[in-house]
Design a protein around this ligand. Structure first.
Ligand SMILES: Cc1cc2nc3c(=O)[nH]c(=O)nc-3n(C[C@H](O)[C@H](O)[C@H](O)COP(=O)(O)OP(=O)(O)OC[C@H]3O[C@@H](n4cnc5c(N)ncnc54)[C@H](O)[C@@H]3O)c2cc1C
Length: 390
């Protein structure tokens, strides 16, 4: 494991960031990891974990000081996502979703909106990012949720599906179309909806293969009235907000996948150093060593690319869409491969719930699907090489 630990140590964080990462690591590998199997089996929302994360002030790390937080670097945030997700992937996505849904408010919100809404998140509130609809998944621009201006209010009608933190959030970042602008991409608009908004109700909570403790819920908006002051940016300016937000959330879901992947690798290495067959430890077979070399190499290269993207974002580069796509694609494909190989290396025991790799393999699958499926990322990356015909 020396190789990956040396990579961890090469990450350039401040002393304050190291302290927080170390505290989070202790919490994640202690009580959060210990509760993960129970939450996976009951599907109960991990409130205990949320309370412990809030006791450490984890949301504050991505909210600026002026709005009640104590913002640290994006690299430090990604390191925490990785660590938490290896211990309990469901809790990892619950926490990371707070970031995904509030980052656009930090980037595009007015000072008044930030003063009013961000302290709630800094103090431990939950947030949800609402893009997907039953008929608009990979092509989010096909969304049908309508925003109709009505004096000082906006009336929302429509529905969202598969929303992480959907029924537990304090704030919702909601995308829909501004009715007077029609049905095209240039009608897409972003707005913050607050918990308890009249006309917002919850649909079904999904019963999932993995991430069973995270809540994934449908939202129904029926003449839901939201103050016009909650609009983020201008009507029709939502697509730009959406795309720029994804540039920050995709590296985050990649860090989440790499946390799952690293946990599976560590478990597999520990197991094959103990387990013996034909008079040898499994790790002594050369075929297994070749596999370890391939897996460790992929993990190290994906993590290196993660820190490359983090450095770009921390230095203020905005146009990181392709780098983020490449990272999301490779990190999540690796998580699926790594967890599958980890189950394989545990033999029959890996297929049983006594070993964590069984859960990690189920948790890994969704990472190839959400935040743009990997087919969509392949298309985005491949398309970038198309030259105009001469
Ligand atoms: C557990 C979970 C949590 C989620 N959390 C959130 C959330 O918090 N907020 C949110 O807004 N959404 C969320 N989602 C939704 C998720 O982002 C979508 O499921 C995803 O974008 C895919 O959309 P879809 O399910 O409609 O699949 P579809 O778009 O119907 O795709 C079906 C298949 O067709 C393929 N396909 C589609 N278009 C193309 C193309 N052009 N070229 C090649 N292949 C294509 C896809 O890759 C996929 O394999 C979540 C989903 C799940 C399951």
């Amino acid at each position: 494991m020396k190789l990956l630990h040396r990579l961890d140590q090469s990450l350039s964080l401040t002393a304050e960031e190291h302290l927080l990462v170390d505290s989070l690591k202790r919490l994640a590998r202690g009580s959060i990891a210990a509760r993960a199997a129970r939450f996976d089996s009951t599907g109960e929302f991990p409130w205990d974990n949320v309370a412990e994360l809030n006791a450490l002030g984890m949301n504050a790390m991505f909210v600026p000081e002026a709005y009640g937080g104590a913002a640290l670097s994006y690299a430090a945030y990604l390191r925490c996502v990785m660590e938490l997700s290896g211990a309990c992937a469901a809790t990892g996505i619950v926490w990371a979703t707070n970031f995904h849904a509030t980052r656009p408010l930090m980037e595009f919100g007015t000072d008044a909106q930030k003063q009013r809404l961000l302290p709630r998140i800094a103090a431990g509130g939950l947030a949800a990012l609402c893009i997907t609809e039953p008929t608009a998944g990979s092509d989010a621009t096909g969304m049908r949720t309508r925003f109709s201006p009505a004096g000082g209010e906006v009336v929302v009608n429509g529905g969202k599906t598969f929303i992480s933190n959907g029924d537990v959030a304090d704030l919702y970042l909601l995308f829909g179309k501004w009715e007077p602008l029609g049905d095209g991409k240039d009608a897409i608009t972003a707005m913050i909806v607050e918990k308890g908004a009249p006309g917002l109700r919850f649909g079904r909570r999904e019963d999932k293969m993995g991430h069973r403790a995270s809540s994934t819920t449908a939202l129904i908006f029926e003449d839901c009235r939201v103050p016009r002051a909650n609009l983020l940016g201008e009507p029709g300016g939502g697509l730009d907000i959406l795309l720029r937000s994804l540039n920050k959330s995709r590296p985050s879901v990649a860090a989440h996948a790499l946390g799952i992947s690293r946990a599976a690798f560590e478990d597999a290495v520990a197991y094959i150093n103990e387990r013996r067959q034909s008079g040898k430890r499994i790790v002594e077979f050369q075929g297994i060593q070749f596999l370890l070399a391939d897996l460790a190499g992929e993990q190290a290269l994906c993590e290196s690319w993660l820190w490359h993207v983090a450095r770009l974002v921390d230095s203020g580069v905005q146009d990181v869409g392709l780098e983020a796509s490449l990272l999301k694609l490779r990190a999540t494909d690796l998580a699926m491969r790594m967890t599958t190989e980890a189950v394989q290396l545990h033999g029959g025991y890996g297929y049983c719930k006594d070993y964590r790799v069984e859960r990690l393999m189920r948790d890994a699958k969704i990472t190839q699907i959400w935040e743009g499926t990997n087919q969509i990322h392949r298309q985005l990356i491949g398309r970038s090489f198309m030259q105009k015909p001469g």
